[in-house]
Design a protein around this ligand. Structure first.
Ligand code: AHM
Ligand code: MG
Length: 341
């Protein structure tokens, strides 16, 4: 009988290395460093209720005289340090920092990759013990190796991503990533301290039963979104409606559930947020890459594929419609037939 031992993240990365477009082993090492940072952050998140120093305000000093640190700042530091230590990354764009972080030590300047990341997405859910995530997106730099990175290295459309993924800190912790050869999921086994492959080739259902949106914004939505939501809520046996509404308020968790079960996640523009809320570089692009690699679809609701949008700003926002292909197409149809007032 063949050896059926579960493979760890590092083992799978090494096995798949030869299929990477630039098979020098650098991207493999980079993904391993991300896995390591994920374990450190996971460990801290699991103590969120116990270690009061990781909840509360930044700049506060606790009774031991230590500076209190919000978990999203902590996660940002852990991932930044791990990525710099890899020696392969020359810079980072993070939700936590206004400007790009340039790694200008001699080793990092020789690095070929830049990373866009949201170190702790949905962090308002931390204090109430609800799932949060880390999202990352990896590009090859455009500027010459040896130079300092510039904003242009980060302002590449999503189709140029060489890898992307997320970590979901949920009822179990999972790392899901793609290098453009399908979407693969690993579940963290705390007893051995390893991410173990649990979802080899993730394929999202073509259609689903779940829609996820913050309906509190209903009155501010465009009429296409309003009419689509009403359609989701109508009864129709043939199309399996009414659909089920599920919204956690952590993009990673909402997307992960819909990826597995089939569904659509929408963060459309609203009257007060003309580009929606989510960020193109470190939220929408990596999620769109993972969705497409699992057979799903991601657009801005107006016929534009997320991965083809040319970014102009590292913190740019974009509306997001992502999930099962038939569901995204249906929502797009409502948007086309009900142009904005
Ligand atoms: P954050 O990066 O500040 O955590 O915001 C992003 C989060 C997403 O995870 C989530 O889907 C969305 O914001 C929820 O926003 P809202 O509360 O407006 O529904
Ligand atoms: Mg976020």
């Amino acid at each position: 009988m063949a050896n059926s031992r579960i493979l760890t993240l590092n083992e799978v990365i090494i096995q798949k290395q030869s299929a990477f477009p630039y098979a020098k082993g650098e991207l493999s090492r980079l993904l391993m460093h991300i896995g390591l940072a994920a374990k450190i952050v996971n460990n801290k998140i699991n103590k969120a209720g116990l270690e009061t120093s990781i909840i509360g305000e930044v700049d506060n000093v606790n009774v031991q005289g230590e500076v209190q640190q919000k978990l999203d700042v902590y996660a940002d530091e852990v991932f930044s340090k791990a990525l710099q230590a890899s020696g392969i990354v020359c810079g980072i764009a993070s939700e936590e920092c206004d400007e790009i972080i340039v790694f200008d030590d001699e080793m990092s300047k020789e690095g070929s990759y830049v990373i866009c990341m949201d170190p702790l997405d949905g962090s308002s859910n931390i204090d109430v013990n609800v799932s949060v995530g880390t999202i990352f997106s990896i590009y090859r730099r455009i500027s010459p190796v040896g130079d300092k990175v510039t904003n242009e290295d980060f302002l590449q459309p999503g189709i140029k991503q060489v890898a992307a993924g997320y970590i979901i800190y949920g009822s179990s912790t999972m790392l899901v990533y793609t290098t453009g050869l399908g979407t693969t999921g690993f579940t963290y086994d705390p007893s051995i301290g390893e991410f173990c492959m649990s979802h080899y080739y993730m394929v999202t259902p073509k259609n689903g039963q779940i829609y996820s949106i913050n309906e509190g914004n209903y009155v501010k939505f465009a009429s296409g979104v309003k009419k689509y939501l009403k359609w989701c809520q109508e009864s129709d046996k043939d199309t399996g409606r009414p659909l089920t509404s599920r919204y956690i308020g952590s993009l990673v968790a909402d997307f992960h559930r819909n990826l597995l079960k089939g569904g659509i996640y929408l963060y459309p523009k609203t009257a007060s947020a003309p580009n929606g809320k989510l960020r193109l570089l470190y939220e929408c692009n990596p999620i769109a890459f993972l969705a497409e690699q699992a057979g799903g679809m991601a657009t801005d609701g107006y016929g534009n594929r997320i991965l083809e949008i040319q970014p102009t700003n590292i913190h740019q926002r974009v509306p997001l419609f992502v999930g099962s292909k038939d569901m995204v197409e249906k929502a797009e149809e409502f948007m086309r037939e009900n142009p904005d007032d």
